[in-house]
Design a protein around this ligand. Sequence first.
Ligand code: CA
Length: 504
Amino acid sequence: MSPRRLRLAAGLLALAACACATAPQSSSRTPNIVLFLVDDLGWQDISLPLGPERTAQNARFRTPNVERLAREGLAFTQAYSAAPVCTPTRAAILSGQTPARSRITYWTLRKDSDTSAPFLGLLPPQWNMNGLQPEDTTLPELLAQGGYHTIHVGKAHFGAVGTAGSDPCALGFDVNVAGHGAGAPGSFLGTENFSGAARKGDPVWDVPGMERWHGKDIYLDEALAIEAVEHVGRALDAGERFFLNFAPYSVHTPIQANARYVEHYAGLDPREAAYATMVETMDAALGAVLDELERRGVADETLVIFTSDNGGLSAHARGGTPHTHNAPLRSGKGSAYEGGTRVPLVIRWPGVVRPGASDAQVISTDLFPTLLSAAGLAQPSDGVVRDGIDLTPLLRGEASASQRALVWHQPHYWGTPGPGIWPYSAVRLGDWKLIYRHADRGFELYDLAHDLGEEHDLAASDPERVRQLASVLGSELRRTRAQMSLGAASGLRVPWPDDVAWPR
Ligand code: CA
């Protein structure tokens, strides 16, 4: 028996013991789970308004299936990704650990290889460049132990190419369709075999396991939707509860139009039109899964979560003016500002979640304990410290959101210049957000209740609040054993935010 199998068996025994001791709710009543995690989908990239008013972007994009989900579910207006780039958020969902703690603070690609861009005066710390690995306890692993058939479809980007963690089946999934260590497809087109070879692209981006669709006139996420529906059908045929982790490769680069939808966006900047077709393709994939749940009569016993792994791309590769695509939020993917981390989140759980909207401040890390709880499973008692909170009392309407500090920590430079795109740590507490820039040890303070666009930096006029929030941020960073950026010349760690005198 392999070490992993042994561990699974031990886990099952532990679960059995737990069931005797705590008599959890009947397993027959726990829901199927669909986590639909879109790549790089911005807060404004859907036709469902999540801000104070309906915007031009809400009017531009066509996401009827997100709207459909929201009519029957709870739409969160202040949901956040755990990080402003891909891997740290994806790893946080699977591990339940905030990126500072897991040390998966940036996106991964190849084994032992640092993807951080150079930043004047700073070096990144020795972070976990290989991402999640089989020895890490993961959400799908725990759900599998609890009787769920666990299906991954689409982009994985959990562990680096050349490591075991690049394969979702090494991280607790029973099935993997198209997931591996790279975080973008060479091409979205079946006619190009989902490869960038025609453009002499690096084969590392070739989407694996999709040979069935090669040469066909099909967009990648259309093919993934068909595969997801097939695997859901097989699980239902076998009488199994399932966890479907459907992570479309859309709407990440390369921005490539889906010709089926181009006519919907006549008159738009061609690049933006192409992007809008990717959004619509993603939405249609969601719709295909929702339709199948209804067709099979299991929609009422399935929990569906729709969200994104980071804010919308705006610094490059888009049409129009850079850094404006997430307005009224400032900046976008890679940034410390709200455009980098505020994301759509809709949760439909028939019979449990009352439809409506919630302004609770929640973060991707919460999905780990929340989905275990929804599945009727105990939180792991393995001594590993995790960071999210179980949102099921909030979802059941049994509790209101309690105020807590949300922390982001990215001691890396994303590589494209733009507002807030630098190595940083940040905290949100109530309406207030403090950003700590590692390079110059400077602070920015924003009142998000009155300044959603982070236009008015109050750090100079309210130093007392800066010191209070710097203390909270410093405590959280030490508690999670965060690795700060290093001085390039000195090699010394950048000081904790509460060790910096303010005002200077
Ligand atoms: Ca992403």
